[in-house]
Ligand binder design. Structure first.
Ligand SMILES: [Zn+2]
Ligand SMILES: [Zn+2]
Length: 267
């Protein structure tokens, strides 16, 4: 994690270009939706249905975000919902402190001792076990692809001012660090600062900023109230990019059975 953060400073050596910014945005959105739509709403909560191929693609995009393999991630997340803010909640700012809830918990031995007992339903998918096992290789392959893309674009048109190293820095290092903090804030910030619409048994909050940068996951008080809902931003102004994607995918038949809180269901 430290290396990834320090690596971002190489941007002063590689510089920036239009292709680098485009790659950053595409990678941030694609990998981000892999975490929010794939790891979280599909795998952890089963809040909508989809084909095995789509499930694999969602999980693959999640793997690329370098937040652990899907089975490990889901196991921790389900534990968070079961043991919210108790001593068993490994990333609660209430019991562990803000820093540990944000990212320090992943530097503890406990973080890698999940038994997987709460993800048995996902073990029947060989492709998810494959992603869990070869997760590190997926992370590494994207670095090679980004490098090859940058070198290829540079050879095609040097005026674009890009390079292999530049696309690795923007598309992998900077993108990963930004997305990490955006999603880690759901654990830290969204149990500390924000508004509470529902009197849940925990101190989860709705936070507009996190809602924006983490594609709807910042409406975390709503989520603790309605954990099975595919939609987290429940009011029109609660921007939830993941929900917009799922609704669009639903309209073309790529996903179905989007679960919603009772009060939002049409009669
Ligand atoms: Zn929470
Ligand atoms: Zn959740």
């Amino acid at each position: 994690m430290l290396m990834l953060h320090l690596g971002c400073f190489a941007v002063f050596y590689t510089g920036v270009s239009t292709p680098a910014i485009i790659v950053l945005v595409v990678m941030y959105v694609g990998r981000g939706l892999g975490i929010t739509g794939g790891y979280h709403r599909l795998l952890a909560h089963r809040s909508f249905k989809t084909s095995r191929v789509m499930q694999f693609l969602f999980a693959l995009a999640g793997c690329m975000a370098m937040e652990g393999g899907p089975l490990w991630w889901v196991s921790h997340h389900r534990s968070h919902h079961r043991d919210t803010e108790t001593d068993k909640d490994i990333h609660s700012p209430k019991t562990q402190g803000f820093w540990k809830s944000h990212m320090g918990w992943m530097m503890t031995n406990e973080a890698f001792m999940e038994s997987g007992a709460n993800t048995r339903d996902l073990y029947r998918f060989a492709e998810l076990k494959f992603l869990q096992r070869y997760y590190v290789w997926i992370v590494l392959v994207q670095i090679v692809v980004l490098y090859a893309l940058g070198a290829g674009l540079d050879a095609l048109n040097p005026a674009w001012g890009t390079s292999g190293a530049q696309l690795v820095i923007w598309g992998f290092f900077i993108c990963t660090v930004l997305l990490w903090h955006a999603t880690f804030m759901v654990n830290s910030v969204c149990h500390t600062w924000g508004s509470r619409e529902y009197e849940t048994d925990d101190s989860s909050t709705n936070n507009f900023f996190v809602g924006l940068v983490a594609f709807g996951e910042g409406w975390h008080n709503n989520h603790h109230q309605f954990p099975l809902s595919a939609r987290h931003g429940l009011r029109w102004w609660q921007i939830d990019l993941t929900w917009l994607l799922l609704r669009a995918m639903n309209s073309v038949g790529l996903v179905s059975d989007l679960r919603l809180p009772k009060e939002l269901r049409s009669p």
